[in-house]
Design a protein around this ligand. Structure first.
Ligand code: SF4
Length: 183
């Protein structure tokens, strides 16, 4: 049986959904219902469309000039098994993985005790932006995030150290040069 991912759409060349130039997989389905959500069209678990994982892999094969893949939505953690397959595939092709979720890192770890797919997906993510969008904490200065409660987490280090560790430095590709941005 074919494995399929529910998506809203796939987007190449994003420069706002993580470091560098990225392809975004906008997954369909999110139950967080954050007031002021930027993407309410992705909330329904019935909308969007189902795409074969192999078809997304083919798209990844044909990508040009992308630094990585970003899983967003919607909330990708409603489809951890499918996202894990794609994240593993993209990493083999030399792409890094960012992911946005409305769950906190701590709640994902708790959930993973009853659902190993969640932990499997976490392990494939380089950078996780976690937590719901909070209107009262909305900030246009919070780079790569909608509100300041959301954290830019180094997942690998956090899993190893068993506590949340933030990415303290990353590059922003501004076409001509790469510059350090500290957060
Ligand atoms: S988690 Fe993201 S997609 Fe889901 S309601 Fe909140 S802001 Fe919207």
């Amino acid at each position: 049986m074919k494995i399929r991912l529910a998506v809203d759409y796939l987007q190449e060349d994003s420069i706002v959904d993580g470091e560098g130039i990225r392809t975004v997989i906008w997954t369909q389905g999110c139950a967080h219902k954050c007031p002021g959500c930027h993407n309410p069209g992705t909330h329904s678990f019935d909308d969007g469309y189902l795409i074969d994982i192999e078809e997304v892999e083919k798209m990844i094969d044909n990508l040009d000039g992308q630094d990585g893949i970003t899983f967003s939505g919607g909330d990708p953690f409603y489809q951890p098994k499918e996202c894990t397959i794609l994240a593993k595939y993209a990493k083999k092709k030399g792409l890094n993985i960012w992911c946005y979720t409305g769950f906190t890192f701590e709640s994902l770890l708790k959930m993973s005790k009853n659902n190993s797919d969640i932990y499997d997906f976490l392990k494939e993510i380089d950078v996780l932006i976690d937590g719901p969008f909070l209107l009262e904490k909305k900030s246009l200065d919070a780079i790569f995030r909608g509100s300041t409660n959301q954290r830019i987490i180094d997942v690998n280090k956090s899993l190893k150290n068993k506590k949340v560790l933030l990415v303290d430095k990353y590059y922003v590709n501004n076409k001509k040069k790469k510059e350090h941005i500290y957060i």
